[in-house]
Write a protein that binds this ligand. Structure first.
Ligand code: NAG
Ligand code: NAG
Ligand code: NAG
Ligand code: NAG
Ligand code: NAG
Length: 948
């Protein structure tokens, strides 16, 4: 009061006026005192009810609510509690607080004035109490992203003032209550990502206020889509995808003229798309893929549907003349029409969708040529026109699509030569031109597309030799040149294809020896060289040791130990089956030769053999079995038994440098065993020198690092024994649709934090620091609770410690820091880079290859900056999940930003893992921009301004 008077007098307000103010203020103060006094009793019950609930939560939650203490008034700064001016609790906001407990001890009837409940993104579990109905004034209810189970009590439908209701991302089962239509004030309803069953109640059509969202996707709803959803005339977004809905899409949905988003994908729907689906012209998202929808593309989609942004209609039975049935979509970003029955020709108009990044129309019946004007959609990253009836040449203009990383034109009737200009497609990772009528040579310029991972030119009429420039494709994992007319020898330079896993050069006219060329392809797992003119011994690499005769047959003179092949011999004329006489004549000569060789061998190599024998005997004496903290020999035998001597039935994956088996020991213990190919005594000696290092690794104990139990070296089998993690690798989870959907944002965020903590521990708390060198989604394993465990830590280099092989192999392609191309030394900064890639991968759901290369620092800013600026963050997030919300959204944005700092080209500018781990555990500032407007380019600018 004095203060007020002073402030007023300072401003030279006449005395009478001031006196008048004082009276009013006095009056206000006294009246609120009266009110407070009058309601003291109920305030008391509110406080008691809150304290009772607090006491039912776990300890950590209770400490978060430490401001809630007895006898206090909840309106006096109790965290999360908001009150009205008569001192009654009107709001509770605990979004993302990590509260753990149930709602069973929450006394609903104590809060008759409550208007808002923000309980989203916590760890609340148990069932949903029917007593919610006591909150008769409630307007806003957010229970999303918790672990609530049981059914939705029908009593909740009595909340007639409820405007916003979100119970998504829980484990709610049962059906949607029939009474849902009673929520007559509802504007926004979200029940997605639960286990709801039964059909969608028809009464939903009574929610006449529903004008924003209706999200029922990702449940197990069955039956038909009720036609009275058509009554929700103002609805903007209707998501019903990922359910088991059957029947047709009711024509009443034509009335929804305000629709911006419509998604019914992944159901069992039949019939047609609603004719007027875009009659309001506002539609941006249309997703009906993976159904049995028939008929033509609706006319409304052809005309004036200019806001269309994403279209997913793949895998249906849609038909129609493509030339006529689509319009011009200036905003289009993504369209997938593959696996339908469209015919007609590709229109030039697609080129006018300047923002188009992905265009897929494979497996239809499109005829005619590829319009060169398509190349005007310069942002195209994915172009898939495969399995159609396209004719003519591949337009040279396509070479101007410099962002393209996936180009598939296979299984058409394209002819002419492969344009040399293809070398300009510098971003290309997948190129498939197979099964056409292409002729001429394989352009040597293809060797410039050094990012290629898959190259398939099979089943054409390509002639001449294999250009040696293909040896530049260091990242190549799969090369298929089969069924062409290729001649000449396999160029020696292909030995540089160190990442190649699959090679098929069958059905050509290649000749000469393969031994020296293919000998270097150490990653090869599948090879087919059948039906050529090849000869000589097989290369001494794993892929050829396990090869089937099918993959070798039809050649001129291959030899080796494989069944079906003749053994290699010094004299090439052996094996000429038709001429037994010669064999008989030569036999005595061979006998003599053999005896001679045997003598020479025993004389010259005698000492060597002796040494080797002693070594092995010595090895046995010293007991090379060495699984620490176990009886080595016993464990060795147990593991051999448990894996049935490394039978492929027990194989659970292929990690760096070896195959991983699951070993279920008789004791009940489950272990992961990584076996690698180290059999020669010479290399065992090498391993010995790493014994101390392995021993150090077995002593590491960190939640986020796979426990290494020990190492076992034996002349027959050498292997590492690890803790077994049931969910397997991150890569596996992200590549499986079902598992990826279960791998929700909160889990992903925690996985990234876990990996950061594990790496930080290794880099900063181990002495000497341990560098992983091969962080990738293959090497991060998850346990049953989705906790991340880094595997293969520091072990990679044991295998071939001193070889060139290691440096060239450092890291998995796509994760390795760019400086590794120039440097031999590997330091912590490389792990930081790989961590950045991994983080983006977890958030995007797939490897961020093309995103990384669109980052401004990567290439000339002039063209890539606009690309990064045009990429919306929300579009790069894993689309299999609904976008993250509230605090999770803030976390995800922060993580993307942090990942971008880890990807800086200059290793010195990257943060350390210690900084990363600390930053991830800090409280994040709120977003400055609306989430859906944030671009990748903007985040990139952000980090360059800030001083990480
Ligand atoms: C509170 O809700 C329950 C369940 O709907 C109901 O049985 C009870 O009568 C309600 N109590 C009050 C005071 O409204
Ligand atoms: C919708 O509401 C009307 C009246 O408000 C009611 O008669 C009708 O039964 C309700 N429809 C459904 C399907 O619940
Ligand atoms: C498709 O439509 C175009 C343009 O109207 C027409 O020229 C073409 O003949 C049609 N194709 C078929 C297969 O009907
Ligand atoms: C594809 O189109 C061709 C004509 O372009 C036609 O002969 C053929 O029957 C069509 N195939 C299918 C499966 O519709
Ligand atoms: C190699 O290609 C031929 C012809 O394209 C195919 O028949 C064969 O199955 C392929 N081999 C392997 C191992 O995939």
């Amino acid at each position: 009061m004095k203060l007020l008077a002073k402030r007023l007098s300072n401003k030279f307000i006449p005395l009478q006026v001031m006196f008048f103010f004082v009276i009013i203020v006095l009056a206000l103060v006294s009246s609120s005192n009266v009110a407070a006094y009058a309601s003291f009793g109920e305030e008391g019950t509110e406080a008691v009810a809150l304290l009772k609930w607090k006491a039912s939560l776990d300890n950590q939650s209770q400490s978060l609510l430490s401001s809630w203490v007895g006898s206090n008034n909840p309106c006096n700064n109790w965290v999360g509690i908001g009150c009205n001016n008569v001192g009654r609790v009107t709001s509770m906001n605990f979004t993302g607080c990590g509260l753990r407990g149930t709602l069973h001890n929450f006394n609903f009837s104590s809060f008759p004035s409550l208007l808002r409940m923000d309980f989203g993104n916590n760890s609340l579990s148990g069932t949903v109490p029917p007593h919610f109905s006591n909150l008769s004034k409630l307007i806003f209810l957010d229970l999303s992203l918790n672990h609530l189970s049981g059914t939705i009590p029908f009593e909740m439908c009595l909340l007639s003032n409820l405007n916003f209701f979100d119970m998504s991302l829980n484990q709610i089962s049962g059906s949607i209550p029939q009474q849902i239509g009673m929520l007559s004030s509802l504007n926004d309803l979200s029940l997605h990502s639960n286990y709801l069953t039964g059909s969608i109640p028809a009464s939903i059509g009574n929610l006449s206020s529903l004008s924003t969202r209706l999200y029922l996707n990702s449940n197990k709803l069955s039956g038909h889509i009720p036609s009275n959803i058509g009554n929700l005339r103002k609805l903007q977004v209707l998501l019903l995808f990922q359910n088991q809905l059957t029947g047709t899409i009711p024509p009443e949905l034509n009335n929804l003229t305000f629709l911006v988003g419509f998604a019914v994908s992944q159901n069992e729907l039949t019939g047609h798309l609603p004719r007027d689906i875009c009659s309001g012209g506002l539609l941006r998202l249309l997703a009906a893929n993976d159904n049995h929808i028939q008929g033509l593309i609706p006319k409304s989609l052809t005309k004036n549907c200019t806001n269309l942004y994403r279209v997913r209609l793949q895998r249906n039975e849609l038909t129609g003349n493509l030339s006529e049935d689509f319009g011009t979509y200036p905003a289009l970003n993504y369209i997938d029409l593959s696996y339908n029955k469209f015919y007609g020709q590709l229109s030039e108009k697609w080129g006018e969708s300047r923002g188009l990044t992905s265009f897929r129309i494979s497996n239809n019946n499109i005829s005619g040529g590829i319009p060169p004007k398509l190349a005007e959609a310069t942002h195209l990253c994915v172009l898939d026109l495969s399995s159609n009836q396209l004719v003519g040449e591949i337009p040279i203009k396509l070479a101007s699509l410099i962002s393209l990383f996936h180009l598939s034109l296979s299984d058409n009737k394209l002819s002419g030569k492969i344009p040399l200009e293809i070398s300009k497609l510098y971003e290309l990772e997948h190129l498939n031109l197979a099964a056409n009528d292409l002729s001429g040579p394989i352009p040597k310029q293809l060797g410039d597309c050094t990012k290629l991972l898959n190259l398939n030119l099979s089943k054409n009429n390509l002639g001449e030799g294999i250009p040696f420039e293909l040896g530049n494709l260091h990242s190549l994992q799969s090369l298929d040149l089969s069924r062409n007319l290729l001649t000449g020898e396999i160029p020696q330079k292909l030995v540089a294809l160190k990442s190649l896993e699959i090679l098929n050069i069958s059905h050509n006219e290649l000749r000469g020896s393969i031994q020296s060329t293919l000998d270097g392809m150490l990653s090869l797992t599948s090879v087919d060289i059948s039906y050529n003119q090849l000869e000589g011994p097989l290369p001494n690499i794993k892929a050829f040791q396990e090869i089937q005769f099918e993959a070798l047959r039809g050649n001129k003179g291959l030899c080796g130990n494989t069944a079906g092949l003749k053994a290699c011999s010094l004299n090439k004329t052996v094996g000429n089956k038709g001429n037994k006489a010669i064999v008989w004549i030569l036999l005595p000569f061979f006998v003599i030769l053999f005896i001679f060789c045997a003598v020479v061998y025993s004389c010259v190599f005698h000492s060597r053999v002796r040494t080797k024998e002693t070594e092995l005997r010595g090895a046995n004496n010293q007991n090379l079995f060495s699984v620490w903290s176990y009886d080595g020999k016993l464990v060795y035998n147990n593991i051999i038994d448990a894996t049935n001597e490394f039978n492929s039935d027990h194989c659970i994956g292929e990690g760096g440098f070896g195959v991983v088996y699951k070993a279920h020991l008789l004791s009940g213990q489950v272990l992961a065993v990584k076996k690698f190919e180290v059999s020669q005594a010479g290399e065992l000696a090498h391993l010995k020198s790493f014994e101390s290092e392995i021993r150090a690794l077995t002593e590491i104990r960190h939640l986020n690092i796979v426990k290494l139990y020990g190492f076992c070296s034996h002349p027959r089998h050498s292997f590492l024994v690890y803790e077994y993690l049931e969910r397997g690798s991150l890569k596996k989870i992200l590549s499986n649709e079902e598992e990826a959907v279960d791998f929700e944002w909160i889990k992903r965020v925690n996985v990234i934090k876990g990996v950061a903590n594990g790496l930080s521990y290794m880099h900063h708390e181990c002495s000497p620091p341990i560098i992983h060198r091969d962080i990738s989604s293959k090497n991060v394993l998850l346990d049953g609770e989705y906790v991340a465990h880094i595997s293969d830590f520091g072990t990679a280099r044991f295998v071939k410690p001193d070889s060139y092989y290691w440096t060239s192999f450092a890291g998995t392609f796509g994760y390795a820091a760019p400086e590794l191309a120039y440097m031999v030394e590997v330091n912590e900064n490389c792990d930081v880079y790989s961590f950045g890639v991994l983080t983006l991968e977890v958030i995007m759901g797939n490897h961020p290859g093309s995103l990384i290369t669109s980052l401004p620092s990567y290439s000339s800013p002039s063209w890539s900056k606009p690309i990064a600026d045009s990429i919306l963050l929300k579009d790069v997030l894993d689309q299999r999940l609904p976008p993250p919300r509230n605090q999770l959204m803030v976390e995800v944005v922060f993580m993307v930003k942090l990942a971008l700092t880890c990807l800086r080209i200059s290793p010195k500018l990257r943060p350390t893992m210690k900084q990363v781990s600390a930053d991830l555990s800090k409280e994040k500032p709120p977003l400055q921009n609306q989430f859906y407007k944030i671009t990748v380019g903007e985040l990139f600018d952000d980090i360059n301004k800030s001083t990480f």
